[in-house]
Design a protein around this ligand. Structure first.
Ligand code: SF4
Length: 702
C-alpha cells in the first residue's frame, strides 16, 4: 500500500481541520521525526505546538493495543484471541441481533479522525449491506450544525471559500471561535495579513477574552446564546445604512423580504441589552462590515455546539448574503472544521442522515443509485440514530450492540454519566482503538487494535475542501491493523461481497467513481494525481487537471432554484436556563496544546506543560461572591453531575459565565475533572448537535 520509495513520507497533520502538510522521516532505528512540509500550500512548512510534537505520539508506543481481546460473558475477563476468533464472534453476534431484532438494533460510532477510505467502507458496510443508517461520528458533536445550515442556505454542504481568501479580505467576523488556539496556523495567516494591511478589520465575538482577541479591532463579549440577536442587529444596521447588495439579493437569493421583517423586530438598544454589549460596538461592527470590500465570516463550536446551532449558522451566513459577499475574492462564510477529516467523512456520507457524494437519504433516485452501485441491500430512507441518540437507545434497550471506533465517547459526549449507564446496559460493545487508555475499553466485549496515524495510508479533506494523500511511513505495532482492513475483514465474515480490496487506493477509487456527475466530483482523481498536484480542492476539473479554489463565483447555488436561501428563524434560545439553584452558565471548550480527549497529546510532556490540569475559569465578581480564591479547589454541580477542579479567577470571562476545558476525563486519573459530567444532552432539533456551550451550574467552595 505504500508508495514512498525513500525514508521520507508525505502526510497531513492528524489534529485540526486546517490540514497542515508534514513530512515523516523514518530513522534507521525505526523511530520517526515529523517536520512541516515546505511545499505544502496550506502551511508552507509551519506547524503549531501540536503538529510540532507529532513524532512523540508516534514514537511512544507504550500505551498501544497490540492484539485482539475478547470476553465470552460480561462477568469474564478479556483474553487475547486471534483476529479470526474476534471477528467470527463479532459477526455472529451482529448477525444474530440483525435477524432477531432487525438491522436497526446495531450501530457504529466513528470519528472525524478516520481517513476517507475508512469512512467509505464503514458507510458501505452499514448503509449498503447491514441495511441500517445507524452510523454516526463525533462530527455530530462538531460540524453537523454547519452542515445543516450550508444545505439550507446553499443547497449543499459546500464550503465556498479557500484559505487564499484570507489575504484578499479586509474584514473578518470571527464568531464563537478561538482560532489562535484551535486553528493556529490559519490564524497566523490572518495575523500576518493584518500586520501587512493594518486597515483590515477583525471582529471577535466570544463571551471570553481569548488569544484571538489580541489582534481584534473589536471584541463583542456577548452573553452566551445571543449570537442570533447580534447577527440580526448587525443585519438591520446594514439594511438601514444601505450597506447591502440589493442587486445580488434580487438576482441570486430568496427570502430577503422575510429576513428584513425579522431583523426589524428588535431595536438596536434591545439587541444590545440582550447581548450584553454596548450598542455603539454593534454599530462599529456594522460599520467595519459595511465599509469592507472582502468580508469573511469565520466560526466554529461556539455556534455549532448549541441547541440553536443551525439557526446561529443561518443568521451568520445571512450577513454574507445580504452584502453579496460570497463567491467573490476575500468573501464568504468559512466554517473552521474541528477535526482533520470531518469534511472527507461528509463527502462519503459519514453521518446518520447523509449518503455518499452529497446524495440525500430522502431521495429515492439517490438511494437507488447506491443500491445499484454497491449491489448490496436496500438503502433505508430512515435516518439513523445520531451520536447522543445511540446511547439513549442503548439505555432503553432499542439498540443491542454498538461498535465504537477511533473516538472516546465517555469523555467527549455530553451527560457522560448517561453514556456510562448506556454502555453498562449494552448487550455487546466492540471498541476499535489504538490506545489502552480510553474508558470505553472497560465496557468492551471485543477490543480490536487499530493502526495509528503514519501506520496506514489514505486521504483527508481539510476545511477548504483540500484533499491530501497520507502515505504510510511505518508498520503498526503487534497485530494492529488499519481501520479499513478491520472493517473489510468483518464485512467478509458477515458474508458480504465487495469488500476484498487489494489495496487502500482501490477503496479510494470506488469512492471517486461515486462522485462522478455530482457537485463534489473528483472523477479522475487517484493517489498519483493527488501526489502530482500536491493536493486538490474539490470539485476536481478532470479536463483541466485542477481543483476549484472558490465556489459559487457565477452566483449559481446548489438549491433547486439556483438561488441562495435566506432563512430567518426566531432569535430566542432553548438552553437550560440558570435559576436560583444553578445560577451560572457553563461553557466548555479547548485549550491550546491538547487535542480532544488527550489520548495522543496527553502523552507529550511538552504539551502538558502548557496547562497541566483541568480548571474552572470564573470572573472575579462571581468568585468574590462565593468567597473563592484563585487556585482554590471548587465543586461545580449541574442537574447531571459534578466536577472538582481548581478555580482560575480571571476577568477574561464574562460575569455569570464559567468555563471548563473539555479534554480531561478518566483517561488520566479521576473522572471528577470531566466537563461532560455537567453538560446537557439537549440537542439542536435539526442538526442533533449537543448544547455543549450552555448549561446551568452552581459553584461551591470544596
Ligand atoms: Fe496540525 Fe492544526 Fe496545528 Fe496545523 S494548525 S499543525 S493541522 S493542529
Amino acid at each position: 500500500m505504500n508508495k514512498g520509495q525513500h525514508d521520507t513520507f508525505k502526510s497531513t497533520c492528524c489534529y485540526c481541520g486546517v490540514g497542515c502538510g508534514v513530512e515523516i522521516k523514518v530513522e534507521k532505528n525505526g523511530s520517526v521525526s515529523v517536520v512541516g512540509n515546505q511545499s505544502h500550500p496550506v502551511n508552507h512548512g509551519k506547524l503549531c505546538s501540536k503538529g510540532l510534537n507529532l513524532q512523540y505520539t508516534v514514537n511512544d508506543r507504550s500505551d498501544r493495543l497490540l492484539y485482539p481481546q475478547m470476553r465470552y460473558h460480561k462477568s469474564m475477563p478479556l483474553q487475547r484471541v486471534s483476529w479470526d476468533d474476534a471477528l467470527d464472534r463479532t459477526a455472529a453476534v451482529f448477525q444474530t441481533f440483525v435477524e432477531q431484532y432487525g438491522p436497526d438494533s446495531v450501530a457504529f460510532y466513528a470519528s472525524g479522525q478516520c481517513l476517507t477510505e475508512e469512512y467509505y467502507v464503514l458507510n458501505k458496510l452499514v448503509k449498503g449491506f447491514i441495511g441500517t443508517n445507524n452510523i454516526d461520528t463525533n462530527s455530530r458533536l462538531c460540524m453537523s450544525s454547519a452542515v445543516a445550515a450550508y444545505k439550507k442556505t446553499l443547497g449543499e454542504d459546500s464550503v465556498p471559500i479557500c484559505y487564499d481568501d484570507i489575504e484578499l479580505s479586509d474584514c473578518f467576523l470571527v464568531e464563537g471561535a478561538n482560532p489562535a488556539w484551535c486553528h493556529p496556523i490559519l490564524w497566523r495567516r490572518v495575523e500576518a495579513h493584518k500586520v501587512n494591511n493594518p486597515r483590515t478589520k477583525i471582529i471577535v465575538v466570544d463571551p471570553r477574552v481569548t488569544d484571538s482577541c489580541a489582534v481584534a479591532d473589536l471584541h463583542l463579549q456577548i452573553n452566551p446564546g445571543t449570537d442570533i440577536v447580534l447577527n440580526y442587529a448587525i443585519g438591520r444596521l446594514l439594511i438601514e445604512r444601505g450597506d447591502i447588495d440589493l442587486d445580488f439579493l434580487e438576482r441570486h437569493t430568496e427570502g430577503y423580504p422575510e429576513y428584513k421583517t425579522r431583523v426589524m423586530e428588535r431595536t438596536l438598544l434591545e439587541a444590545a441589552a440582550i447581548c450584553g454589549v454596548p450598542a455603539e460596538d454593534i454599530e462599529l461592527a456594522a460599520t467595519f462590515i459595511g465599509e469592507s470590500t472582502g468580508f469573511l465570516t469565520m466560526w466554529t463550536m461556539g455556534l455549532n455546539q448549541s441547541a440553536i446551532g443551525v439557526n446561529k449558522n443561518l443568521s451568520l451566513m445571512n450577513l454574507n448574503l445580504i452584502t453579496g459577499k460570497i463567491g467573490k475574492p476575500g468573501s464568504g462564510p468559512f466554517s473552521l472544521t474541528g477535526q482533520p477529516n470531518a469534511m472527507g467523512g461528509r463527502e462519503v456520507g459519514g453521518l446518520a442522515n447523509l449518503l455518499p457524494a452529497h446524495r440525500n437519504m430522502n431521495n429515492a433516485q439517490h438511494r437507488d443509485e447506491l443500491q445499484k452501485f454497491w449491489s448490496g441491500t436496500t438503502v433505508s430512507e430512515k435516518p439513523g440514530l445520531t451520536a447522543t441518540e445511540m446511547f439513549e437507545a442503548l439505555l432503553d434497550g432499542r439498540l443491542k450492540a454498538i461498535w465504537i471506533l477511533c473516538t472516546n465517547p465517555l469523555t467527549s459526549l455530553p451527560n457522560a454519566r448517561l453514556v456510562e449507564r448506556a454502555l453498562e446496559k449494552a448487550k455487546f460493545v466492540v471498541v476499535q482503538e489504538i490506545s489502552n487508555k480510553p474508558q470505553t475499553l472497560s465496557y468492551a466485549d471485543v477490543i480490536l487494535p487499530a493502526a495509528a496515524w503514519a501506520e496506514k495510508e489514505g486521504a483527508m479533506t481539510n476545511s477548504e475542501r483540500r484533499i491530501s494523500h497520507l502515505q504510510k511511513a511505518i508498520m503498526p505495532p503487534g497485530e494492529a491493523l488499519p481501520d479499513a482492513e478491520i472493517l473489510c475483514r468483518f464485512a467478509q465474515k458477515m458474508g458480504f461481497n465487495g469488500f476484498s480490496y487489494h489495496k487502500t487506493e482501490d477503496i479510494y477509487r470506488e469512492h471517486v467513481r461515486l462522485t462522478a456527475g455530482t457537485n463534489i466530483t473528483i472523477d479522475g482523481l487517484d493517489y498519483d494525481v493527488i501526489d502530482a498536484l500536491n493536493t486538490v480542492q474539490w470539485p476536481y476539473q478532470k479536463r483541466r487537471k485542477m481543483g476549484t479554489a472558490r465556489l459559487f463565483q457565477d452566483g449559481k447555488f446548489h438549491t433547486d432554484s439556483g438561488r441562495a436561501l435566506l432563512h430567518s428563524p426566531p432569535d430566542d434560545h432553548h438552553s437550560e436556563r440558570p435559576d436560583s439553584n444553578f445560577p451560572l452558565i457553563l461553557t466548555t471548550g479547548r485549550i491550546r496544546d491538547q487535542w480532544h480527549t488527550m489520548s495522543k497529546t496527553g502523552k507529550v510532556n511538552k504539551l502538558n506543560q502548557h496547562i497541566q490540569d483541568a480548571f474552572l475559569e470564573i470572573h472575579p465578581r462571581d468568585a468574590a461572591a462565593l468567597q473563592i480564591e484563585n487556585g482554590e479547589l471548587v465543586s461545580v454541580l449541574s442537574l447531571r453531575g459534578n466536577v472538582r477542579v481548581k478555580a482560575r479567577v480571571s476577568a477574561t470571562i464574562k460575569p455569570g459565565v464559567v468555563f471548563l476545558p473539555m479534554h480531561w476525563g478518566k483517561i488520566l486519573g479521576s473522572d471528577l475533572n470531566r466537563a461532560n459530567n455537567l453538560t446537557n444532552d439537549l440537542v439542536d432539533p435539526v442538526s442533533k448537535e449537543p448544547d455543549f456551550k450552555f448549561c446551568a451550574v452552581r459553584v461551591e467552595k470544596y
